[in-house]
Design a protein. Structure first.
Length: 336
């Protein structure tokens, strides 16, 4: 490309020299020379420009988008449509000069590399969402702290995500950008993927409690958990808080009663919650008892829970467990 530009400048200087010589020979020769040189310039510069930037580059760009969409479809990732939207945005960029084509190609490369990464992220998405909620909290000054979550992202990037050694279909990018974003020893690369994971998990997390964490009270969290249970087809009662005998949420479905104690904590949940909900299980004549939290549990709490058969869950795990209870119940009724 640079050689072509140099040759054009040389050609233009030669033309100027010829025009100057013709001017010395007379105006008639100058006019004829100018017309001739205009035709030569159009043939030498105009036609190649039209072919290259108005025909060839748009066709090349269109083919690249089609191949990229096919590549994303072949990956079968969860956010394929989002990635295609990124490609569509890239395709809307004007491509009239080489630098614009290079910028467009880099946008496509980045989207395809992120799609490849998504192939490895998808199996762990539910875990990452839970880890984010467990490691994001409000401190005593009302500031959202994410240091632990970003540390988790760094661990995932270095131990799980990189290198991007997935089975890739044809048309996989093998550019300098791919090599750079696949370099586990590069701190900038790690930072890029940490930020990507943070943004992506935030985008796909449909739970609103993280967005409202700064203003959510303990009772708000109980209502939040109650809504999850209700969405699973259970009749739910959220207690008022005082005199609840350790029960925050009581639910019933098909003759099965469960009791839940909800803990919106910035630290780990201890065994007191386990003891309280175990007592509430007997008091309210329930078949199952749960402690539900946005956080994790102490070893002591887990030990007591194992002995008392109380289940310790993150709220994101609750729908699957409720489905498990219903499936067991239906199977028991069938074979009874």
């Amino acid at each position: 490309m640079k050689l072509r530009l140099i040759l054009r400048w040389i050609f233009a200087l030669l033309l100027l020299a010829q025009i100057a010589k013709s001017a010395q020979d007379g105006l008639g020769n100058l006019a004829l020379t100018a017309v001739a040189l205009g035709i030569v310039l159009f043939v030498a510069i105009g036609i190649p420009y039209i072919l290259t930037y108005l025909i060839i580059l748009p066709i090349k760009r269109k083919k690249l988008i089609i191949a990229s969409n096919a590549f994303i479809d072949a990956l079968q990732i969860s956010n394929a449509e989002t990635m295609k939207e990124h490609l569509l945005q890239a395709a809307s960029q004007r491509v009239l000069i080489p630098s614009q084509m290079e910028h467009f190609s880099s946008l496509v490369d980045r989207t395809l590399i992120q799609s490849i990464a998504q192939k490895k992220i998808d199996p762990y998405l539910a875990i990452l969402k839970r880890k984010k909620s467990q490691n994001t909290y409000i401190n005593d000054y009302g500031v959202i702290r994410t240091e632990s979550w970003l540390k988790e992202c760094k661990y995932f990037a270095t131990e799980i995500l990189l290198p991007l050694d997935v089975d890739m279909p044809e048309f996989a990018p093998h550019t300098s950008m791919y090599a750079e974003l696949n370099d586990i020893s590069n701190t900038d690369t790690i930072t890029f993927w940490v930020n990507y994971l943070d943004d992506f998990v935030e985008a796909v997390d449909s739970r609103t409690y993280l967005n409202n964490l700064a203003t959510m009270s303990g009772h708000d969290y109980e209502v939040f958990v109650g809504n999850i249970v209700e969405d699973c087809g259970w009749q739910v009662q959220v207690t008022k808080g005082s005199g609840d005998q350790g029960a925050d949420v009581i639910a019933e479905r098909d003759g099965v009663r469960i009791v839940l104690q909800c803990k919106l904590y910035a630290s780990t949940v201890g065994n007191k919650a386990v003891q309280e909900v175990y007592a509430a299980k007997t008091f309210y004549d329930c078949g199952h008892a749960f402690v539900i939290s946005n956080s994790t549990y102490t070893p002591s709490a887990r030990k007591v829970a194992e002995r008392t058969k109380v289940r310790l869950l993150h709220h994101d795990e609750l729908p699957d467990v409720l489905k498990e209870i219903c499936s067991y119940r239906e199977g028991h009724q069938v074979y009874a």
